[in-house]
Design a protein around this ligand. Structure first.
Ligand SMILES: Nc1nc2c([nH]c(=O)n2[C@H]2C[C@H](O)[C@@H](COP(=O)(O)OP(=O)(O)OP(=O)(O)O)O2)c(=O)[nH]1
Length: 130
């Protein structure tokens, strides 16, 4: 099982969503940015590190949500979502094809990585940023 963290970064009631590049696994799918937990690494440390590496943003974690498990054809993933705020930095895309700040009502318009769909549904239901 691959353990992957992802960040739901909220600013001014919008959520940052990112599009995977054409050379990544799950090309051009939209996701919440993040990455794999390294051996011995704390999940919260992973998400802070990945967001700095991929987007040049410093985040503070607000809350951990329930992990989602998903079976892809060739691997199984546990996706661990964290609600986070930006504390410093300007957005730079080191790996992604695109990134957008969107409202919760816009989330349905994107072609999500399949593992993210339950997280999108949870966000629509819970209005966690209120
Ligand atoms: N980061 C991220 N990965 C996701 C999400 N949903 C989803 O299915 N995945 C999958 C895609 C990849 O197979 C895996 C994470 O890979 P990654 O390429 O983002 O992780 P990484 O930065 O640690 O990888 P690497 O390039 O360093 O090897 O999880 C998501 O919302 N965010």
């Amino acid at each position: 099982m691959l353990i992957v963290t992802c960040a739901i970064i909220i600013r001014e009631r919008k959520i940052l969503i990112c599009q995977r590049s054409s050379t990544m696994n799950l090309p051009l799918k939209w996701e919440f940015p993040g990455g794999k937990v390294e051996p011995g690494e704390d999940e919260k440390a992973t998400i802070v590190r990945e967001i700095k590496e991929e987007l040049h943003l410093d985040i503070e974690v607000v809350k951990r949500l329930e992990p989602v498990e998903h079976d892809y054809p060739t691997f199984r993933i546990r996706l661990v979502p964290f609600i986070a705020n930006v504390v410093d930095g300007e957005l730079v895309l080191e790996e992604h094809a695109d990134a957008r700040w969107v409202t919760v009502d816009d989330l349905d318009q994107y072609d999500w990585a399949p593992a993210d769909v339950p997280i999108v549904e949870q966000l629509k239901a819970d209005a966690l940023w209120n």
